[in-house]
Ligand binder design. Structure first.
Ligand code: PLZ
Length: 423
């Protein structure tokens, strides 16, 4: 087998430079909580493919379901000749997502595609043009979702012009907004929408209940409910982007549940199908069904193999109670992170929920972001056998997203490596 170094040389000659990788190691296999490269080096996995393999890599039920589906048929296109598993995934999403009202779902391939479709549906249903998004938001890399995403480098730089009718308002970010309470922070955002956009022009308010790429920003309590309430009164479609937070990651099926928020539409991807590409928009039947027949779709959306994997993943989440697993991981990890933070003035804050935790790194005694220290700590983790990711508008957040099936031993060893990396 080729070595990681050999593969890297081939990659440089074959793969476009614009596609990056966190580690220069080439994967041979990956299990519950580890990734092994072609040279036999092992990493404890605190990335889960960016919050995708919540059920673990090659989860037994997923492998079995995919194998069986591949043998039956691989693709017919749901828009040409439909099949049961697509319908079954939609039924489950309608039942699992917050809100007891009647719902419908539509399936797509990627998170960005789900977000694009949520905007299409909200605009079509309301007849309004504007979309409101937040500072530090991340919603994807397609043209519309680049416009919805906040951060320039690396996502938007020289990729414009961007889609119009996108308006950005302040996020509740307690560490960096002076600790505004949720209601006050929401009032500030709402005033900006009303004065600068006009509520009657707004189709959708789109928000990650805990921001992912933007820095694992957890809004102050009450922020999301206040926005939800305003959207209802203003006839604005409240869209929760749960692409990173969904499917047990935060200890509930969906992060909105923590404060009892019921979105009108919810965008889903990543953890939905154990690593196979699948995404969804789920929401109020009156909004979803407003769109004319043929208005939504795509060749591969809801591919039968991905649907089989999704059904098996959701079954695994139920069977293993991965919500409880995420809460347990969060308790163990949170305690260790707070010990590290107490002994290191570079850690401004430990935050997150369940198995979605982060540390924001600053110049000691200030709130000045320290992206260099963040990168150095992450690199030390990689060198010592722990796969960590960074994020944040200021690239100064270490984030931890282990698979929810990680063993206690792997979790403990990973945290030991992290503690050592802080030195
Ligand atoms: N919405 C909240 O987290 C994807 C992006 C990694 P796609 N986040 C990881 C990268 O650098 O491209 C994401 C997300 C939220 C939307 C998306 C987009 O999902 O499946 O990557 O299109």
């Amino acid at each position: 087998m080729a070595t990681s170094e050999e593969l890297h040389k081939r990659r440089v000659e074959a793969v476009a430079r614009g596609v990056g990788s966190t580690i220069p190691a080439y994967v041979d296999r990956a299990g519950g909580g580890t990734i092994t490269d072609v040279d036999g080096r092992e990493w404890i996995d605190f990335a889960a493919g960016i919050a995708v393999t919540n059920v673990g890599n090659s989860a037994p039920r997923v492998v079995e379901a995919v194998r069986a589906q591949v043998e039956r048929f691989t693709h017919t296109c749901f828009m040409v000749a439909p099949y049961e598993s697509y319908v079954a995934v939609c039924e489950q999403l309608n039942a699992l997502t917050p809100g007891g009202f009647e719902k419908r779902s539509a399936l797509f391939n990627s998170g960005a595609e789900a977000v694009e479709n949520a905007v299409k549906i909200a605009r079509h249903a309301t007849g309004r043009p504007a979309v409101v998004v937040f500072d530090h938001a991340y919603h994807g890399r397609t043209n519309l979702t680049m416009a919805l995403t906040a951060k320039n480098m690396p996502y938007k730089h020289r990729f414009g012009p961007f889609a119009g009718e996108v308006y950005r308002v302040p996020m509740s970010y307690p560490l960096r907004d002076g600790g505004l309470d949720g209601a006050t922070a929401a009032a500030r955002s709402i005033e900006m929408i009303e004065k600068q956009v006009g509520a009657e022009n707004v189709a959708a308010l789109l928000i990650e209940p805990i921001q992912g790429e933007g820095g694992f920003v957890v809004p102050a309590q009450g922020f999301l409910p206040a926005l939800r309430e305003w959207a209802t009164a203003a006839g604005v479609v409240f869209v929760a982007d749960e692409i990173q937070t969904g499917f047990c990651r935060t200890g509930d099926w969906f992060a909105c549940e923590h404060e009892g928020v019921q979105p009108d539409l919810i965008t889903l991807a990543k953890g939905i199908a154990g690593g196979l590409p699948l995404a969804a928009v789920t929401g109020r039947a009156d909004l979803m069904d407003a769109v004319h027949v043929g208005g939504l779709g795509g060749t591969y959306g809801g591919n039968p193999i991905a649907c089989a994997a999704a059904l098996a993943s959701m079954e695994t989440m139920r069977e293993l109670d991965l919500g409880a697993a995420a809460r347990r991981i969060g308790a163990v990890m949170g305690e260790r992170l707070r010990v590290i933070a107490a002994g290191d003035p570079r850690v401004a804050e430990v935050r997150g929920r369940g198995a979605m935790l982060a540390m924001e790194i600053v110049v000691p005694g200030t709130l000045t972001p320290d992206p260099a220290a963040t990168a150095a700590i992450s690199a030390a983790c990689h060198a010592a056998g722990l796969l960590t990711l960074t994020c944040g508008t200021y690239s100064n957040v270490l984030r931890f997203l282990p698979p929810l099936v990680i063993s206690d031993d792997e979790l403990g060893r990973g945290l030991d490596i992290l503690a050592a990396a802080f030195g």
